[in-house]
Structure formats: structure tokens, C-alpha cells
Design a protein around this ligand. Structure first.
Ligand code: HAM
Length: 415
């Protein structure tokens, strides 16, 4: 037997309703905010992620699925959804359209990570990117979209926020971090040593206990923010207060991708069942330009669907089932033409139905109809069909009636 690759998961037919439920909620939120769907390829040129996600990120350094295709091009399976959306925005000249451009996506993402609960090598994200708007209203709107989505699923994860400042603030902060960490860097892990050279901000994200102790004493970003950055952030906080979005500020939140400027945020489980964020995002005002487009501010988020399902299951949240099957055709006759034409007529009229394909006995056809929770069974018996009628059984009430074949569709639709 060939097994599934490590760190990946099948979505099984009997679990798919959970995915449908979540995706339907996401689409409903997108409709309310007038956000349109985008779909970009699963693979892109490697350079897009190296330049987009950033050379100093773990994703680019350690986790990408990169290979040469038969034309010797370096290709990478997308590790996240933002870079592809930005590439498409630029390539399709969307900056010529009226702003903002709001897009959402469902995408598989590939990261060569150490698999564990909630950490997969293939995961899926629901993401939203809001192009062409800067300022408090856009930042608040992106947080509203995400929190509304969680709320529609019965969840209220903690919103953790930080402000990484503009390019100028960041330059000053990185300088301060270098000055602080350099004398102690030999007591820190190898990753931190590298980060000091490539991107000192990322040191703040280190999970190694000894490093954490040193990180606790590091200067805070808030000490380096310019007046504009400070005021914008304070504005956002007061809007969030008025919208009753519960947040917490965490000055060590830097996120694992290099493209962020100013606002960054993550959504966290409130009782620590997951040791990883349920979703995250932020503002990235320089990425479009860095990837060759016209300077365009953007803010967005990505929410991992597998972690979301795990979280909902841990909270015993009930996922709405897919629509129930309208009817199951129990046949006592062996007449393919008759059975399949009745089924076709029902389906042509929008009624879902199943009929026996595996030669079950009549008794097991009823049992099966029960098991699959059909609303009705239609019983095709020889005598009834001579009179052009069938027996229609309501599986909930047990009520049985004879119905003329011509009236069958209407009778089922009436209920
Ligand atoms: P990210 O924080 O790397 O951000 O991923 C977003 C979410 O995807 C995570 O919070 C988590 O729910 C899920 N996720 C990430 N890695 C894994 C994994 N290995 N296994 C399972 N779930 C995972 C981004 O990807 C950004 N593109 C988000 C964004 C959009 N920022 C701005 N716009």
C-alpha cells in the first residue's frame, strides 16, 4: 500500500461537510463586504516567494517545496497566498481599476515543517487582501472581516496586535535591537545568530527558552515609533474599542514573513488548546512596489482551515451538515430504463436523489435510505407502476401516500 505523504491529510467524503460549512460562512462574509474571489496557481516562480515572503524568513530558508521543472525553471509550491495575489494584481494591471480592490481566496499552501497537531506540510487558508487603501478604516475593516468570520462560526479568538512602524521607525528599531543583542548573541541559539545578521526583528519570535529570557529585556518597538505611526495605531485601537473587538497588544509579535509594515496581528485560541495561531496577517505597503508594481498599500490576513476545524472540534461546535438528500428510490422492479428516467426527471427538476447501484435487497435499500438520512423514499412496485404511480414515504413521519408519476416532483417540492 502507498501511504499519504507525511504532514498531509485527506479530506474524506464524510468530513467534507465541515469544510463546506466553513467555506460557505467565509463566502457569506465576503458577500457582505463585497469581496470578490481570486484563484492563483498552486505553483509560481521561486523568485516570487524569495522576493515576496523574504530571504530571512524560515519559510523561504527552510520550508519551501522548490524544484526545477522540465524546462529547468525554478518552481515553488506556494507556501502562502499573499505573494500570488500580489503577483496577479500587478500582472493584470489591477492598479488601473478603482480602488480598493478586495479579494479573497481559498488556497492550499505547502511548507516543509515538522508535522504535528495543527502543523502540516500541506494546509489550506482562507485569505483576504485589501489593496489600495491605507489608514485606520482599512485596518479596522480587515480585522472586522476576520472577527465577523470567526463569530459566524461561534468563535471569539483573541486578537493580538502589534505595530512594526513605517520604514523609518523600523530602521531605528532594528539599529536598537542590533545594539542590544550583539553583546549577548553568543548566549543565543544558532537561528538567532543568523537572524542578527539577516533580520534582527525575527529574533523577537524565537521560542528557545534561553533566548526568550534575553528577548524579554529587549527594547520595545513602541519606543521607536514616529508620531504618525503612534497616532495611527492609537486611532485604530480606539476604533476597535468602539467596535467591541477584543484585542491585546504584544510588542514581540513580529510574524514569520518579511513583508509587513505597521500593523501586524494574529488570532489566538483563548484557552491554549492550540499552541499556534489560528490566523494572522497585517499591512504590507511596500510589497507591490518591491515586486515591480505601482506603489499600493495593502492589508490582509490568512486563516488556516485545518487549525480552524481542530479548534471548532475542541470546542464541540456543531458543523452544519450538507443539505439532506431529498429522496432515495427503492425499487422492487428490475427496470433500468424506468428507474433511471424517474431519477433523471427528479434531478432535472432540482431534486436530489439516489437509486440502488449495488443490487441491494428491498429490505437493505430501506435500511440504506435510513442510514443516508433521505427525506423521502420513492417505492417503485410493479402493480403501482402499471397505474403510473409510486408510493412516496416521508421518512420522518412514516406517512405513505400513492402519487401519480406526473405529480411526483410537485409532491416532493411541497414538503
Ligand atoms: P501565516 O501566519 O504564515 O500568514 O499563515 C496564516 C495561517 O495559516 C496561520 O495562522 C495558520 O492558521 C495557518 N498555517 C500556517 N502554517 C501552517 C501549517 N504548517 N499547518 C497548518 N496551518 C498553518 C500567511 O500565510 C500570510 N500570507 C497571511 C496574510 C495574508 N498576511 C497578509 N495577508
Amino acid at each position: 500500500m502507498i501511504n499519504i505523504p507525511k504532514g498531509t491529510k485527506d479530506m474524506l467524503p464524510n468530513e467534507s461537510y465541515k469544510w463546506n460549512y466553513i467555506k460557505n460562512k467565509a463566502r457569506e462574509i465576503a458577500r457582505k463586504y463585497n469581496i470578490k474571489e481570486i484563484s492563483t496557481p498552486v505553483f509560481e516562480h521561486t523568485e516570487l516567494f524569495v522576493r515576496g515572503v523574504g530571504n530571512s524568513s524560515d519559510i523561504v530558508n527552510k520550508e519551501m517545496y522548490t524544484f526545477l521543472d522540465k524546462g529547468e525553471r525554478s518552481i515553488t509550491l506556494k507556501p502562502e497566498g499573499t505573494a500570488g495575489a500580489v503577483r496577479s494584481f500587478i500582472e493584470n494591471s489591477m492598479f488601473n481599476e478603482p480602488m480598493p480592490i478586495k479579494m479573497f481566496y481559498f488556497t492550499p499552501c505547502y511548507r516543509y515543517e515538522k508535522p504535528q497537531a495543527g502543523r502540516l506540510r500541506e494546509h489550506h487558508q482562507f485569505g483576504v487582501e485589501l489593496f489600495g487603501a491605507t489608514g485606520t478604516r482599512a485596518d479596522a475593516e480587515i480585522l472586522m472581516i476576520a472577527t465577523d468570520f470567526y463569530k459566524s462560526l461561534g468563535l471569539t479568538p483573541k486578537v493580538v496586535l502589534n505595530n512594526l512602524g513605517c520604514v523609518e521607525c523600523r530602521k531605528n528599531y532594528v539599529q536598537k535591537l542590533k545594539e542590544y543583542f550583539s553583546p549577548q548573541i553568543n548566549e543565543m541559539c544558532e537561528d538567532c545568530k543568523n537572524r542578527l545578521k539577516t533580520n534582527p526583528l525575527r529574533i523577537l519570535d524565537c521560542k528557545v527558552e534561553d533566548c526568550k529570557k534575553i528577548i524579554n529585556g529587549a527594547p520595545k518597538i513602541s519606543t521607536c515609533l514616529c508620531d504618525d505611526c503612534k497616532n495611527n495605531f492609537n486611532n485604530l485601537l480606539s476604533v476597535l474599542n468602539s467596535l467591541k473587538i477584543n484585542y491585546e497588544i504584544n510588542e514581540t509579535l513580529v510574524r514569520g514573513l518579511d513583508y509587513y509594515t505597521n500593523l501586524v496581528f494574529e488570532f489566538w485560541d483563548d484557552d491554549g488548546i492550540n499552541k499556534a495561531a489560528l490566523g494572522g496577517g497585517g499591512r504590507y505597503d511596500n510589497l507591490v512596489e518591491e515586486l515591480g508594481g505601482k506603489s499600493t498599500p495593502v492589508v490582509g490576513f490568512g486563516i488556516g482551515l485545518e487549525r480552524l476545524i481542530m479548534y471548532m472540534e475542541s470546542k464541540n461546535i456543531v458543523f452544519e451538515q450538507d443539505k439532506r438528500l431529498d429522496c432515495y428510490i427503492v425499487s422492487m422492479i428490475d427496470d433500468d430504463v424506468m428507474i433511471l428516467n424517474i431519477a433523471k426527471n427528479l434531478r432535472d427538476n432540482g431534486i436530489s436523489c439516489e437509486t440502488d447501484l449495488v443490487n441491494r435487497s428491498v429490505k437493505s435499500q430501506f435500511k440504506y435510505a435510513n442510514k443516508i438520512n433521505a427525506k423521502f423514499t420513492i417505492i417503485l412496485g410493479e402493480d403501482e407502476l402499471k397505474n403510473n404511480s409510486v408510493k412516496l414515504k416521508n421518512m420522518d413521519s412514516g406517512e405513505e401516500i400513492f402519487v401519480n408519476l406526473e405529480d411526483l416532483v410537485n409532491k416532493i417540492k411541497e414538503n
